[in-house]
Design a protein around this ligand. Structure first.
Ligand code: F6R
Length: 608
């Protein structure tokens, strides 16, 4: 999704802006632009396509000398990804330039109002209303104009504003879209996320919704929506210096797949103290736990699929019913909830608009919210009553890998912790599961070590035009994620099915040569899976079986086999998904796809 950056200091702004935009590329975008305060006003250059197109355009038209400016990567929502629709947008008189991440819901009314007043629109975007509003409300006080314009906007927005009359000042406004301030020595910044700033400063100010900031080289002043200055704490972040580099890997996705043992260690080990699961800053009395009569798990995409895995552990260990809801749907139905419902929201970024909206809606109905989130101090982490951080570290590739596996680990730890509160688990089962949890990083490594075999399989199967994934129980949930990984980065059509469901319609699509990936790791359901494999083979499918190490029965039916390390059935998703992540990766690589930045996708989906 769109990324914004702003800078003011004493060095040239342009390299800082372009570097920041490059770091924000991973969010997904289709055009980019910058505006810099130069000696006689504001100069702006923007371009459709990648940042290298913008760089080329800047090089052709001469540099933009100036020490403050704003930049933007746009993921098109209103209007095609053209040069004109790219941000920044400028007021008709060239006095203001604006970058925006989010959606202005009332832009049609505002556009009509401003057009009637004589403002001329040059783009199809919702954003352009903002810059004309700024001009309309401007009477020499830029801060006031920013406040007044923001007060007219409905929707979600993170804005960056510069005004030709205030050289050296950049304004930033936050309302339901991510925005952070970076505090440097003699220079200050704002950006959509820390990735863009980490090379410049580790000192951050997190803005709340409704707050805005005026940055000059020497001050980062933050105001509430009435314009009163407020004191904000500066948070010093710990940032893995290697996070924004590929460190020798061809892609961030591969690097992040390989980081999973370490990420799982960071997610699990600090939570196991004296053989007991504990969560810092989050506890519940046994009485409170017993009052919870239902859990709703909500999320989007892979995070939702992590929830599908976690559901098995929660229901089996805790005996509490779990409802799964896509965040984009939850808010538009009427879920039956009361004060005894617990909402678990799962989000790597903590900024997914649908998940935020679902949290707000259920909070409004009095539901307690537990967030499982990776990005510290993100919107969802701030909104939730309690947070379990996944500690996966920064995830740059659009397709999540370590984000997903650490979510699964966090959910399983929650299930174990909760079952103890409820007094539903025997001491021996608890101890065994804790032991198995601590083994997960090692199992993840053994799954990664399958890499050479997976590369061979990808070479063999990458030409398939449609690939099916089937499984039962937790394997079925793993199939959902394996199939999503494949389609999002390789663009191969793929579907995931509960193996027993296939014959109720979808089996019509199985034809000679079609690849079916069959997960057969659930021991109790192995024979059922064999029957399902026979059904698809009878229709000419090729079968890539995924089975537990040492299980030779699969060789009778499958054309190829991936043997995955054994784990407790409730924890098996992690060693099983890793070969499927690798399979998706190498199939996409064989097909020459842009793996870290798949077409049409964004890392952090901050619009509905
Ligand atoms: C797929 C993927 C997405 C995200 C989804 C939710 O690889 O990354 O499906 O899982 O957009 O994002 P978060 O977890 O940031 O809320």
């Amino acid at each position: 999704m769109c990324g914004i950056i702003g800078f003011t200091g004493t060095q040239d702004a342009l390299p800082v802006l372009l570097d920041g935009l490059t770091k924000l590329e991973y969010r997904g975008y289709d055009s980019a632009g910058v505006a810099v305060q130069v000696c006689d006003g504001i100069r702006m250059i923007k371009s459709s396509g990648q940042i290298r197109c913008l760089r080329k355009k800047i090089a052709e038209s001469g540099m933009l000398p100036g020490c403050s400016g704003i930049g933007h990567t746009r993921w098109a929502t209103h209007g095609a990804p053209t040069d004109t629709n790219a941000h920044p947008h400028m007021s008709n008189n060239g006095k203001f330039a604006v970058v925006h991440n989010g959606i202005i819901e009332n832009y049609i009314e505002l556009r009509e109002e401003l057009t009637a007043k004589g403002y001329v629109f040059s783009s199809e975007t919702d954003t352009e209303v903002i810059v004309h509003l700024l001009d309309m409300y401007y009477s020499g006080d830029c801060k006031k104009a920013v406040m007044k314009a923001a007060a007219r906007l409905q929707g979600s927005y993170a804005l960056g504003v510069i005004c030709a009359d205030f050289p050296g000042s950049v304004f930033a406004v936050k309302q339901e879209s991510p925005l952070i301030i970076g505090v440097g020595a003699g220079e200050n910044y704002f950006a959509s996320d820390v990735t863009a700033l980490a090379d410049h400063t580790k000192n951050l100010i997190y803005l709340e919704d409704g707050e805005f900031a005026e940055l000059t080289p020497v001050k980062a002043a933050v105001f509430d929506c009435t314009g009163a200055e407020i004191a904000k704490p500066i948070t010093r972040i710990v940032w893995d210096v290697g996070a924004s580099q590929k460190s020798g890997y061809d892609h961030f996705m591969l690097k992040e797949i390989y980081e999973q043992p370490r990420a799982l260690k960071a997610a699990i080990e600090p939570r196991v103290k004296n053989n007991r699961i504990t969560f810092d800053g989050f506890d519940m009395t046994n009485e409170e736990a017993r009052k919870i009569s239902k859990i709703i798990v909500t999320a989007c995409g892979s995070a939702y699929y992590a929830g599908c895995v976690g559901r098995y552990a929660i229901e089996e260990l805790c005996g509490v019913p779990v409802e799964m809801d896509y965040a984009s749907e939850l808010r538009y139905r009427s879920p039956i909830v009361d004060e005894n419902t617990l909402l678990i929201v799962i989000s790597q970024s903590g900024e997914t608009a649908d998940s935020i909206a679902a949290v707000k809606e259920l909070k409004r109905r009095g539901v307690r919210v537990l967030a499982i989130v990776n990005v510290v101090a993100s919107t969802i982490a701030n909104l939730a009553d309690n947070v379990i951080y996944t500690w996966a570290g920064p995830e740059i590739a659009v397709a999540t890998t370590k984000g997903y596996t650490t979510q699964v680990a966090a959910l399983t730890m929650f299930a174990l912790w909760f079952s103890e509160k409820l007094g539903r688990i025997s001491e021996s089962r608890y101890d065994a599961l804790v032991k198995e949890l601590l083994l997960l990083p090692g199992l993840a490594q053994r799954a990664i070590d399958l890499n050479p075999h997976i590369q061979d399989l990808a070479l063999r199967y990458h030409n398939n035009s449609s690939i099916f994934f089937i499984g039962r129980n937790i394997d079925c949930a793993v199939c959902l994620e394996g199939s999503l990984k494949l389609k999002e980065i390789s663009y191969i059509h793929s579907e995931a099915y509960a193996a027993g469901e296939l014959k109720h319609g979808t089996i019509a699509l199985i034809e000679p040569g079609r690849l079916v990936v069959a997960l057969c790791c659930h021991t109790a359901l192995f024979d059922k899976m064999m029957s399902n494999i026979r059904e698809v083979k009878a229709r000419g499918a090729e079968v890539l079986g995924v089975a537990l190490e040492g299980d030779r029965r699969i060789l009778m039916e499958a054309d190829d086999v991936i043997y995955v390390p054994k784990a407790d059935p409730l924890l098996g998703a992690i060693p099983r998904i890793i070969p499927l992540q690798l399979f998706a990766y190498y199939v996409a690589k064989c097909n020459g796809c842009d793996i870290d930045k798949p077409k049409n996708l964004a890392k952090s989906v901050t619009v509905e």
